[in-house]
Write a protein that binds this ligand. Structure first.
Ligand SMILES: [Zn+2]
Length: 375
């Protein structure tokens, strides 16, 4: 068994978000064949546990590795291809699924090495396999967190970074929102009867600062739909988007901006006609909470030591505006686990050009192994 074989096997198991059952069954089989105990969790998620080996009980730490089984689309019938240089791509019509199967394959490879006694000294290890990470409702929040007893966690899910020793130190909070703009439709020849939802939308949007609205913060409206016919003033327009920030204050400010824009439009007499009023409903949903690591914490320094031991100069610290399962573990109300989101060695993820390399898969294995044995 080698890492590229496991990787190429599992990227061929379709597992777009919400359809992870086959992937979960493959992992369950893989664990059963190696006598690794695991529990099945909600939404096909799994928690596997391997007790420490050849460590004095005082030295044995409890560590978690976590990866998500799901992929974005187009992720069906993926055909992986390895060229002479070791670059791994899909056939070009689908994603590769290296996000997050580069990490998933490496977790399975590590488990196999332990099961076959190729690795004989390691800490207590928990392997958590999650689903629906790529969509608005990540299943990690449905895990029974009491079952996870690790003191520190590692998630290799940061893509597009050249340095393998990259760690996310600050992650933004992300909130999704929808805006339902309701006016009143009327025939194109009778503007006096219409409360034009499009005009309401234009005024609403012009009150907002889209894009990089505040320092380390963004606001985007990514979906616009509405209107009924070419000869009708639109009665309804729906918008959907998200906003992100490293700072809780700016998250609140952006929320306030949306509400102020709503009030401004609703106060405009232009959108009140013949005793009827236009309306705007805003619904804001927290997608994930941000976090910041203490780069002087015991665990952070221990992680840095692992990378240094492997020949890296230090850890490359970055901040990110994209979410990962790490937010759930970092922010959990009763069972928070200091969890690091690390480079997965993958590039152009979420596109049909997604790629990784055999070399990066091997580097990832070496990093995971060093953590499992020496953290
Ligand atoms: Zn991912």
């Amino acid at each position: 068994m080698n890492i590229q074989d496991i990787f190429c096997t599992i990227v061929q198991i379709d597992s777009e978000s919400g359809n992870e059952e086959a992937m979960s069954l493959f992992i369950q089989n893989f664990l059963q064949e190696r006598n690794i105990s695991f529990s099945e969790e909600k939404e096909f998620q799994l928690i596997a546990k391997i007790p420490a080996k050849n460590k004095k009980s005082a030295e044995a730490k409890k560590l978690m590795f976590c990866a998500h089984m799901d992929t974005v689309s187009p992720g069906k019938n993926i055909i992986p291809f390895i060229d002479d240089s070791g670059k791994i791509t899909s056939s070009g019509n689908t994603i590769l699924g290296a996000d997050n199967k580069a990490s998933l394959a490496n977790m399975l490879f590590l488990i196999d090495k332990i099961a076959t006694n190729e690795i004989t000294t390691h800490h207590h290890l928990e392997f958590v396999f999650t689903t629906k990470e790529e969509i608005d409702d990540p299943a990690v929040y449905a895990l029974d967190m009491k079952k996870i007893t690790s003191e520190v966690g590692f998630i290799f899910d940061k893509a597009n970074e050249n340095d393998m020793n990259t760690v996310v130190s600050v992650a933004s909070s992300i909130s999704d929102f929808t805006v339902e703009i309701v006016g009143k439709g009327a025939h194109a020849s009778s503007p006096e009867l219409a409360i034009n939802a499009l005009e309401m939308m234009v005024e609403f949007v012009s009150e907002l600062q889209l894009g990089a609205c505040y320092p380390h913060s963004t606001l985007n409206i990514g979906k616009i739909s509405g209107g009924e016919a070419t000869n009708t003033y639109p009665s309804r327009i729906s918008l959907a988007g998200d906003f992100r920030s490293q700072s809780p204050e700016y998250m609140k400010k952006i929320e306030d901006d949306l509400l102020k824009a709503q009030q401004k439009v609703l106060a405009n007499p232009k959108f009140c006609k013949n005793g009827e009023k236009g309306n705007i409903d805003i619904n804001i949903m927290v997608y994930c909470k941000g976090y910041a690591h203490n780069v002087q914490s015991k665990n952070f320094l221990a992680l840095e030591r692992i990378y240094k031991k492997m020949g890296y100069e230090n850890l490359t610290i970055i901040d990110t505006q994209s979410g990962s399962d790490a937010s759930c573990f970092m922010n959990h109300a009763t069972h928070a686990i200091e969890t690091f989101c690390l480079n997965d060695g993958c590039f152009d993820v979420h596109t049909v050009k997604e790629w990784t390399t055999v070399e990066n898969l091997e580097k990832l294995q070496s990093i995971m192994q060093n953590i499992a044995c020496d953290f």
